[in-house]
Design a protein around this ligand. Structure first.
Ligand SMILES: CC(C)(COP(=O)(O)OP(=O)(O)OC[C@H]1O[C@@H](n2cnc3c(N)ncnc32)[C@H](O)[C@@H]1OP(=O)(O)O)[C@@H](O)C(=O)NCCC(=O)NCCS
Length: 100
């Protein structure tokens, strides 16, 4: 696949409106820096605006400096005060055990 963007509806209590969560954005290496990433993310953001949404949000790993630069170039704020919380593996499965 040359490029992909995956996104889904989300909801923001603060704005009291739906938004989009972007789950994945990738452009194959040989196609990078040709404007494709910008085109894909812009299409999602434009759709959000069209639908009256108030937020488009996603996560980026701290070490992914080139993606951070890309997102900043797109006008996004990288929020360092937020941390990702995740339940997975045994910690997640433990909730299944509780129902036995
Ligand atoms: C991040 C990614 C999607 C950007 O896609 P892209 O098609 O290369 O980006 P664009 O060509 O649309 O770049 C738009 C602007 O963003 C900035 N930018 C993009 N990549 C950059 C980089 N590596 N370093 C610095 N600035 C960058 C530039 O300002 C660029 O404009 P310019 O090329 O005219 O200078 C692509 O690098 C990628 O697939 N990376 C690997 C997967 C990944 O990390 N995805 C994000 C996960 S959170």
């Amino acid at each position: 696949m040359k490029m992909v963007i995956m996104f889904m509806p989300s909801y923001t209590i603060f704005a009291g409106k739906p938004g989009f969560h972007v789950e994945d954005l990738q452009v194959r290496e040989c196609y990078r820096r040709k404007g494709f990433g910008k085109m894909l993310l812009s299409a999602v953001v434009e759709q959000a605006v069209k639908m009256g949404f108030k937020r488009v949000e996603w996560s980026v790993l701290e070490w992914n400096v080139s993606a951070v630069k890309f997102y900043e170039e797109m006008g996004a704020k990288v929020l360092s005060e937020w941390r990702v919380c995740r339940l997975t593996g045994d910690a997640l499965d433990a909730y299944g055990d509780a129902n036995c």
